[in-house]
Design a protein around this ligand. Structure first.
Ligand code: UD1
Ligand code: UDP
Length: 374
């Protein structure tokens, strides 16, 4: 009998990482009815991502409010998804990652006694306050889930340490599937158009791509990050920064106050995924606190400086493609100095193989579920 599988996503990274899995299931309509529920935890940033992947949600809960609190998102998603599950009666609910949407989606499925499959399972920092609230979200999603798709062996080991051993599969990270598809499309269809669109960039200056949005950095740490970015353009006249700024008001306020109007700092609106990928490819290196960008950059040969005190993605650090520089002004600047002045250090970081996946994760997830879902 045909099974209904419900995919739940709410934010930009969930959409990027879930899209290839939704497509893998949608390619087998005789076996599965693939349904997509967008919670709308993000609005514009989610819509632009789903549009690029050609996905139209079957349901959009449209819950986003400006400056929303964790209570707002958790309660709205929980009740909203509960109703969707009651109506669609799926045999399996997929959630991705560690957002509030993932937690509330898994909890609603549990309340409706529907099994949960977790994409990107087993990531841990061991510190429940960093990233906050994501570390706790992932712990709780693991307890609620029946299928666990870990990107690396480290994920399996973390789950085992928490006595989660059934239906744990190491499949790589689906973000690499999404990235490879995006790179193909960008090279085929968009290269010329993007060259025109970004013609304000100076080809004689090295390009550093920046993103940042973590809740635990809000306030003074985020201001420090911005001051470090201002120092970079002041001290290195041959670099330009491109920074697509997250729509969270806690991010935009310090960015506007400290960086807007500075020479060689290009502040942009959040970019559609193909534009971001195009800029990553053209960058010299990347400074970010993003989880997804840490995973993508090694596939494009770009070193990453991670502006966080801890990361749940130590594989990149161990492999040598990423460096944890913290969120203090001095340490960020030191990391940048090294990459701009030490060619050997730069080349080592740029030439490291990607430890997060090889572009086949979604097919692996499809194969396992079609074999093992009762
Ligand atoms: C959320 C996730 C975080 C993930 C990030 C990806 C939680 C707790 N946090 O954080 O794990 O890394 O998404 O980007 O789940 N906004 C808009 N339009 C948008 C998106 C956001 O205006 O399309 C603004 C709104 O004012 C919104 C605010 O950003 O209230 C915060 O959005 P929210 O999803 O609560 O938090 P993020 O910081 O985006
Ligand atoms: N991204 C994007 N446009 C942007 C910034 C990021 O498409 O302007 C992509 C990026 O390539 C990665 C994902 O969004 O795949 C990461 O999202 P984010 O940093 O918001 O969340 P995180 O991965 O930290 O949860």
């Amino acid at each position: 009998m045909k099974k209904t599988v419900l995919f739940v996503c709410g934010t930009r990274p969930e959409a990027i990482k879930m899209a290839p899995v939704v497509k893998a299931f949608a390619a087998h309509p005789q076996a599965f009815e693939a349904r997509l529920c967008a919670t709308g935890q993000h609005k514009q940033m989610l819509e632009q991502t789903l549009r690029f992947f050609g996905l139209t949600p079957d349901v959009d809960l449209a819950i986003m409010k400006q400056g929303q609190t964790l209570y707002d998102v958790t309660t709205a998603v929980l009740t909203g998804i509960g109703d969707v599950i009651k109506k669609l009666a799926p045999q399996l609910v997929f959630v991705q990652g560690d957002t509030t949407t993932a937690l509330a989606g898994a909890l609603a499925a549990f309340y409706e006694k529907v099994p949960v499959a977790h994409i990107e399972a087993g990531l841990r920092t061991g510190d429940k306050m960093a990233p906050w609230p994501e570390e706790m979200n992932r712990l709780l999603v693991s307890r609620l889930s029946d299928f666990h798709f870990a990107p690396t062996e480290a994920g399996r080991a973390h789950l085992k340490a928490e006595n989660v051993t059934r239906n744990v599969h190491v499949v790589g990270n689906t973000v690499i599937d999404a990235l490879f598809e995006c790179v193909r499309i960008v090279e085929r269809d968009y290269d010329e158009a993007f060259k025109k669109e970004f013609s304000f960039l100076d080809p004689s200056k090295q390009l550093i791509l920046v993103t940042g949005h973590r809740r635990e950095s809000f306030g003074e740490p985020f201001a420090e990050i911005c001051r470090a970015l201002a120092d970079i353009v002041r001290q290195f006249p041959r670099v330009q920064l491109v920074y697509p700024v997250h729509l969270n008001p806690n991010v935009r306020a310090p960015v506007d106050a400290i960086l807007r109007g500075l020479n060689r700092v290009h502040l942009l609106e959040p970019l559609e995924y193909p534009k971001l990928v195009w800029l990553m490819k053209r960058s010299h290196f990347i400074i970010t606190d993003s989880g997804g960008i840490q995973e993508e950059a090694p596939s494009l040969g770009k070193p990453v400086l991670v502006m966080r005190e801890v990361t749940e993605r130590p594989e990149g650090i161990a492999a040598g493609c990423a460096r944890l520089v913290g969120n203090r002004r001095e340490s960020i600047l030191n990391g940048v100095k090294e990459l701009l002045t030490d060619t050997a250090a730069y080349t080592r970081m740029a030439k490291t193989a990607n430890p997060y996946g090889d572009g086949t994760s979604s097919q692996a997830i499809y194969d396992i579920i079609s074999r093992d879902l009762p």
